[in-house]
Ligand binder design. Structure first.
Ligand code: PMP
Length: 344
C-alpha cells in the first residue's frame, strides 16, 4: 500500500478547532468546573485568525477580492498579524495603519509577515486627516480592489465566532456549558459565541469582561455613552472608548471590570500554575472569573468556559517582565530577587 503523506495544505487549515483545557490549579478555591478555550493554538496565536480568514473568505465569495488585491485595517495587534498571515497564503497585499504608540517589535513583526505598515501620529483626534482611522479610510478609497476590514463595525466579525468558536464550545462541552466568560474589545468573540450558545440553550449565562477606563459596562447597564468612564489603562485589546457595532449587548447578561494590576498577576499565575503561557487579556478573563465567583455566580455543578484570546509571547516586555511589573508599581516589594523566588 502506498504511504500517504500527512501534511496540511497550508497553515490556514490549522485555524480554529482550538482545544478546551480543564483548569485544575488556579480554580482550587472556586465552586464549579472551569475550562479554558485556548485560542493561542491558532497558527497566528490568537482568536483573530478566525475573523481574518472568515472576513476575507466572505469578501471572496461576494466577488470583492481577487489575487493581487489589498486588505486594509487599522491595528498593530493580533488582527494585523492574522490578516498579514491570511494575505500571504491567499496572495493579497496587506496594508495596516497603526498608531505611533505601537511598539517597534510589533511593527517589525507585521513587516516580517509582509504587511505594509503606515505609522500614524497617536495624539490626534480620530477624525483628523492624519489619524490611523482616516489614513485607512483614505487608502481604501484610493486603492482599487481593496477591502477595509473595520473589525469594530463589521458584523462579519461576530459571524466568524457564531460559525466557528460557538459551535466548537457547544460540541466540546457536550452541551453542558452553563456559563461563558469572555473579554470584550470589538465584542465579536463574546457576541458571536453567545448568540450561538443562547440559540441552543437560552439559560446559559454570558459574562463579559471590561476594563476600568472603558465605556462598555456602563453602556450595557444604562445605554448611555458616558465619556467620564474613559481614561488611560494598560491592557491592550480589552474594552473601548467608543461603542462598537460589532458588540451585541443584548446577548450579554452581565459585565464586570478588572484592573490592569489584578489581570497582570493573574496572567502570571496561569503560566506558573497551569503551564499555559497566555496573554494579558487571558489574565483579565480569569481575573473576572474570580470576581464573578465572589459574587456567587457559580455553583458546584456549573461548567464555566473562559476564553483565553492569545499567547503570552506577545507580552514579554510587559506582563512577563519583572522590570515592567515593578515600573508599574505592581509589585509590593522593590526587591525583584525576592519576587522571583515566590512560588505559587
Ligand atoms: N484579547 C486580545 C489580546 C485582543 O486583541 C482582543 C481584540 N481586540 C480581545 C481580547 C477581545 O476580542 P474581541 O475583539 O473579539 O472582543
Amino acid at each position: 500500500m502506498k504511504e500517504e503523506i500527512k501534511a496540511y495544505g497550508t497553515v490556514l487549515e490549522l485555524i480554529g478547532n482550538t482545544p478546551l483545557i480543564k483548569l485544575n490549579n488556579i480554580t482550587e478555591h472556586l465552586k464549579g468546573n472551569f475550562f479554558a478555550k485556548v485560542e493561542a493554538f491558532n497558527p497566528g496565536h490568537s482568536s483573530k485568525d478566525r475573523i481574518a480568514l472568515y472576513i476575507i473568505e466572505q469578501a471572496e465569495r461576494k466577488g470583492l477580492l481577487s489575487p493581487g488585491d489589498t486588505i486594509i485595517e487599522t491595528t498593530s495587534g493580533n488582527t494585523g498579524f492574522s490578516l498579514a498571515m491570511v494575505s500571504i497564503i491567499k496572495g493579497y497585499h496587506c496594508i495596516l495603519a497603526v498608531s505611533s504608540k505601537s511598539s517597534k517589535d510589533k511593527i517589525d513583526m507585521l513587516r516580517s509577515m509582509g504587511a505594509k505598515v503606515y505609522v500614524c501620529p497617536a495624539h490626534v483626534a480620530a477624525d483628523d486627516d492624519r489619524s490611523y482611522y482616516s489614513v485607512a479610510k483614505r487608502l481604501h478609497e484610493e486603492t482599487k480592489g481593496s477591502v477595509y476590514i473595520n473589525q469594530y463595525f463589521n458584523e462579519l466579525n461576530v459571524d466568524a465566532h457564531y460559525h466557528t468558536t460557538g459551535p466548537e464550545i457547544w460540541e466540546q462541552t457536550g452541551g453542558k456549558i452553563t456559563h461563558l466568560v469572555a473579554c470584550s474589545g470589538t465584542g465579536g468573540t463574546i457576541s458571536g459565541i453567545a448568540k450561538f450558545l443562547k440559540e441552543k440553550n437560552p439559560a446559559i449565562r454570558v459574562l463579559g469582561v471590561d476594563a476600568f477606563g472603558s465605556v462598555l459596562k456602563k453602556y450595557h447597564e444604562t445605554k448611555e455613552f458616558d465619556t467620564n468612564e474613559i481614561y488611560p489603562y494598560r491592557i491592550e485589546g480589552l474594552g473601548k472608548n467608543l461603542i462598537p457595532t460589532a458588540t451585541d449587548f443584548d446577548v450579554i447578561d452581565k459585565f464586570i471590570k478588572v484592573t490592569d494590576e489584578d489581570s497582570a498577576h493573574t496572567a502570571r499565575e496561569i503560566a506558573k500554575r497551569e503551564g499555559l503561557f497566555v496573554g494579558y487579556t487571558s489574565g483579565a478573563a480569569f481575573q473576572a472569573v474570580k470576581q464573578f465567583a465572589e459574587e456567587g455566580e457559580f455553583t458546584e455543578s456549573s461548567n464555566i468556559v473562559v476564553v483565553f484570546p492569545d499567547h503570552g509571547s506577545r507580552y514579554m516586555s510587559k506582563v512577563f517582565s519583572d522590570d515592567w511589573m515593578n515600573e508599574q508599581g505592581f509589585f509590593d516589594s522593590e526587591n525583584i530577587e525576592e519576587i522571583q523566588k515566590i512560588e505559587f
